[in-house]
Design a binder for this molecule. Structure first.
Ligand SMILES: [Zn+2]
Length: 411
């Protein structure tokens, strides 16, 4: 006959002397309760030092939430032994299905971690009937432990970028390994001291600021001063992604000003900011119509396309310098203040802008990391809690050794 008890036992990774005493099904509550026990007279090893046959001190009744069994919530109960080791004292045994100190089975926790990579935690809370604070506790616990073990000894090329926690709200600085395309560190704030905190974190993970020879970032004065103070050996690159972003901001300022006198421009923001290749047929049509008008916005748009062409077609810094200087004189003559402001910024930081053409940093890395973070932010519908936001970035992007679901129990 079908042995239900043995089936559950195998699924939970339990073995003698622990056994399933009984399984109760509560049809009214829709709950399944599995009661574990251990053979009487058995002595367990000390959970800390491993000393065999440690005397039993007492037992404590514990409950763990396990994966649902079909639509039914499933709980495991056990009178859990506490050993009394002459060396380590009285300690609670951790059964094979649990992580020490957690009220969930490991399988349940790994399911939460797996789901968290593709759905909002608030939805997992609804799905499992658990409060999201408890689910966040699971996520923080695994991420903190795996992040603590992250090895950063080979880090040489670093990118730093800022991102808002919620739209227009507080910021965090995100540091990434440009070679591995992994997030290394996130910290609240976007000031010079953020780079100092990164330097300290790097050291805690076996890395060394002296070995950081390439740094990719935007032209923010705070990052520039932080870099010269904390990462003095790093050659700075103002990468394409950040430079073009700044030009897009100038373009948008021109459009906003012009929209006030020309209603044609209403709701055209994304048409100018997107690359022509990414426009829908309808947007392309609108762009063609707008281009026939004698608009300042259209003029700056042409300047942007020309500027992006420099990145797309020129492969060395000598020719890039010639092309950018030519572009700069065009921009200065534009008589449009946002564009002139961008040009002055570019001129003041020209060496770092040109380094893009000689450094080995992959231009797409900053952009890729940024867009992944935007996805995480969108899924979380903006994060109220900075710690939750950072944990989620680490979970998905820091290359952490968090076991994938499902795993075999190793203990
Ligand atoms: Zn011990």
């Amino acid at each position: 006959m079908f042995n239900q008890t043995a089936l559950f036992g195998a699924a939970l990774g339990i073995a003698e002397p622990v056994y399933i005493e009984r399984i109760d099904f509560d049809a009214v509550q829709g709950e399944l309760h599995i009661y574990m026990n251990f053979r009487s007279g058995v002595r367990f090893a000390c959970p800390k030092c491993g000393r065999k046959e440690t005397p039993l001190h007492d037992t404590v009744d514990k409950t763990w939430r396990h994966l649902n069994f079909f639509q039914f919530k499933c709980y495991i109960h056990m009178r859990t032994p506490r050993t009394e080791c002459p060396e380590c004292g009285v300690l609670l045994m951790t059964p094979p299905w649990a992580r020490s100190g957690s009220g969930f089975t490991m399988l349940f926790e790994l399911l939460v971690l797996t789901l968290a990579k593709s759905m909002p935690v608030s939805d997992i809370a609804k799905l499992t009937g658990e409060h999201d604070t408890r689910l966040w506790r699971i996520i923080h616990s695994y991420v903190d432990s795996a992040y603590g073990k992250k090895d950063m000894c080979g880090v040489k090329a670093v990118g730093v970028d800022e991102t808002s926690v919620r739209k227009g709200h507080r910021y965090i600085s995100v540091f990434a390994d440009m070679d591995m395309r992994e997030v290394l560190y996130c910290t609240p704030g976007k000031d010079a001291s953020a780079i100092g905190r990164f330097k300290d974190e790097l050291a805690r993970h076996g890395g060394n600021a002296e070995n950081v020879s390439e740094l990719s970032m935007d032209m923010s004065p705070a990052f520039i001063s932080g870099a010269s103070e904390h990462l003095p050996r790093a050659e700075v690159t103002f990468d394409k992604f950040h430079v073009v972003k700044l030009l897009n901001e100038a373009l948008d300022k021109v459009r906003r000003a012009e929209q006030k006198i020309n209603p044609l421009l209403t709701r055209s923001r994304y048409i100018w900011l997107k690359n022509p290749g990414n426009l829908t047929a309808k947007q392309r049509q609108k762009l063609a119509t707008l281009s026939r008008e004698n608009l300042r916005t259209a003029k700056v748009y042409q300047m942007k396309l020309t500027f992006q062409d420099i990145y797309a077609t020129i492969k060395d810094s000598t020719n890039a310098e010639i092309a950018i200087k030519k572009w700069l004189s065009w921009a200065i003559r534009s008589r449009l203040e946002p564009v002139k402001e961008f040009a002055r910024m570019l001129k003041a930081h020209l060496a770092g802008v040109l380094r893009h053409f000689s450094s080995k940093l992959t231009a797409g890395t900053s952009e890729g990391i940024n867009s992944h973070i935007q996805q995480i932010k969108a899924r979380g519908k903006g994060f109220k809690n900075i710690r939750n936001f950072i944990s989620m970035i680490y979970l998905e992007m820091a290359g952490l050794a968090i076991p994938d679901f499902p795993v075999a129990h190793s203990r």
